[in-house]
Design a protein around this ligand. Structure first.
Ligand code: M6R
Length: 613
């Protein structure tokens, strides 16, 4: 989705803005632009296509301003075009604005402005913002430092929807203004310079000190100072947060793509997720939660709500919580949950999973369950993301920045965190024996090593990917926990290789999907749950009989059976097996996409964080 960068300091702003936009490219976009203050007037350069195209725009090298705002746009209102790209100016070229989010009442505001003499040059919702600021600015009678802030305040009071807004103005040529509601934005504090960004990784190479704005908080930045205000323009004090994120987390570190780098980061990401939460001899440790036996015993139902890959992680969490804690768990897709009037009361625990912490449907679902009295717990990878600010409790996966659109290390970290969480609940509830607890802990602690071993299948998977990269359809089958891996493997493949793929619970085959199986169709089977091996094999044999080619991901010895390809993964307990069995499937999707010459990290039509409904 859209990305925002801002800079105010003593250096030339343009290279910093474009560098920041390049780091936000992963979010998905179709056009980009920058605006700087040049000798008290505003310049704007923008176009469709890649951020690097900005370097070719006439005059870009003549921009010398030290203050600027920049944007990558993912089209919502109006097609990708130069006119619709941000920044947007008001009619009098006084204010330049970039905006993330959606202004729901923009038609009404546009009509109002048209009635007041304003003309619109784009189809965007955003263009109402600079014009409203201009409208209110002109109405102000007192010409003090707060004149623009008052105009922005009135503008924001008129806006319905979500927004993170940056404004520069020729009337305040030494300042940059930021305000947000329900869209992410962070402010980085430098030395005689300050930064603004949609996320931390894009500016972490410049600073480790960040401010996070709450809804309707406004920041007035100058080179050497940042003032914060609430929506009534009362001055407020905000604490700076030191964020310890490697600057190279936003680099490829020698890998050809972020996705491959992130697949290979999984052993270390998992180590960080486990962190000090779990050790062989102590009880699981979630300081952020401090749940009591009384509280957990009062919970009679858990919902796990998320989208895409995070929802697939949730499916594995269901199995763990039900098995270890004996509490019924329902997993929901956030966009369905929020509109289906779910049965929720004060004895319901709702767990929301989101790598980015900014997914609009997941946040809306969270707000709904809070309003119905549930206890809410957010699981995210991004510190201070919206979902973690909204939930009653938050825990982090600490997997490190994930840049590729296709989620890999965030998924395995979510699965492991859900298992540790289930174990933490089980220890408090005393719902499993100490022997079972000890065994599961040993298995969790052994996982980073097992993931490293699994990655040794890389060459085999790369070779196999060349055999199947031109397929039209690929099917994934599994039972029990392996069905969750089939779903995630199938999603990974379709999103970056554009091959049609579906995942089915193997036992469902006979109820319809087997009609799709014909000669030479590829079927990927996942077989790791010992108790279901024979059942799944007999389903796979049914597709072999009908001419399918098979690839099996397994931790079993299946020597006597003739599959086209077998990829072995290390044995671990069933609850944790998705963490190892997904790895060959992540690699398969990666190598097929690469073999087809596709944009692995930024697949068409997709955005890394889906901040609009
Ligand atoms: O940031 P989130 O975890 O909330 O994102 C949810 C989905 O949009 C995301 O997992 C998506 O399905 C990925 N592209 C999958 O690889």
């Amino acid at each position: 989705m859209c990305g925002i960068i801002g800079y105010i300091g003593v250096k030339k702003a343009t290279p910093i803005l474009i560098d920041g936009l390049l780091k936000l490219e992963y979010r998905g976009y179709d056009s980009s632009g920058i605006s700087t203050i040049e000798k008290d007037c505003i310049s704007i350069m923008k176009d469709t296509g890649r951020v690097k195209n900005l370097y070719n725009l006439d005059g870009i090298n003549n921009l010398n301003g030290n203050i600027g705002i920049a944007h990558t746009r993912w089209a919502t209102h109006g097609k990708p075009s130069k006119e619709n790209s941000h920044p947007h100016l008001d009619n009098n070229n006084n204010f330049s604005v970039v905006h993330n989010g959606i202004i729901e009442n923009y038609t009404e505001l546009r009509d109002f402005l048209i009635r007041n003499g304003y003309t619109f040059y784009s189809q965007t919702d955003t263009e109402v913002i600079p014009n409203l600021i201009d409208y209110y600015y002109k109405k102000e009678t007192i010409d003090d430092k707060y004149r623009i802030l008052r105009a922005l305040q009135k503008t924001c009071n008129d806006l319905k929807g979500s927004f993170a807004i940056q404004v520069i103005s020729k009337f305040m040529p030494d300042n940059l203004i930021v305000i947000r509601k329900d869209s992410p934005i962070v402010i980085g504090k430098g030395d005689n310079e300050n930064y603004v960004s949609s996320d931390i990784p894009a500016i972490v190479s410049y600073t480790k000190e960040f401010y996070f704005l709450n809804n309707y908080e406004l920041a007035l930045l100058s080179r050497d100072n940042i003032e914060f205000y609430d929506i009534n323009l009362n001055s407020i004090v905000k604490q700076v947060n030191v964020v310890d994120l490697d600057a190279d987390s936003a680099d490829k570190n020698g890998f050809s793509h972020y996705m491959l780098k992130e697949i290979f980061e999984q052993p270390s990401a998992i180590r960080k997720t486990i962190g000090s939460r779990l050790s062989a001899n102590d009880s699981c440790n979630f300081e952020e939660l401090n749940f009591t036996k009384e509280f957990l015993s009062s919970i009679n139902k858990i919902y796990i709500v998320a989208c895409g890959t995070a929802m697939h992680a949730g499916l594995t969490g269901k199995v763990a919580i039900e098995q270890l804690c004996n509490i019924p768990v329902t997993v929901d897709i956030a966009s369905e949950f929020r509109y289906r009037n779910p049965i929720i009361d004060k004895n319901t625990l709702c767990i929301y999973i989101s790598q980015s912490g900014e997914t609009a449907d997941t946040i809306a679902a969270l707000k709904l369950s809070k309003s119905k009295g549930a206890t809410t717990l957010a699981i995210s990878n991004v510190i201070e993301s919206s979902i973690t600010r909204e939930a009653d409790y938050s825990i982090y996966t600490h997997a490190g920045a994930e840049i590729a659109v296709a989620s890999t290390k965030a998924y395995t970290s979510q699965v492991i965190l859900l298992n540790i969480l289930a174990l933490y609940f089980a220890e408090i509830l005393e719902s499993i024996s100490s022997l079972e607890t000890m065994k599961l802990k040993e298995e969790i602690l052994a996982l980073p090593q097992k993931v490293e071993e699994t990655l040794q299948c890389t060459n085999l998977v790369e070779k196999y990917s060349k055999e199947i990269c031109h397929e039209k359809d690929i099917f994934f089958l599994g039972r029990g926990i392996d069905y969750t891996t089939a779903l995630e493997g199938s999603l990974k493949l379709k999103e970056i290789s554009y091959i049609h793929s579906d995942a089915y619970a193997a036992g469902e085959l006979k109820h319809g999907p087997i009609a799709l199986i014909e000669d030479n169709v590829t079927v990927v089977g996942i077989i790791t749950d010992e108790s279901l091996v024979e059942k799944t094999i007999s389903n796979i044999q049914e597709v072999v009989t009908r001419g399918a080619k098979t690839c099996i991901i397994t931790n079993q010895s299946l020597n006597n059976i003739d599959f086209n390809q077998v990829i072995s993964v290390p044995k671990t307990c069933t609850l944790l097996s998705p963490i190892v069995s997904i790895i060959p499937l992540q690699l398969l999707a990666y190598y097929i996409s690469n073999e087809k010459g596709l944009d692995v990290d930024k697949p068409r039509n997709l955005a890394k964080s889906v901040t609009v409904e």
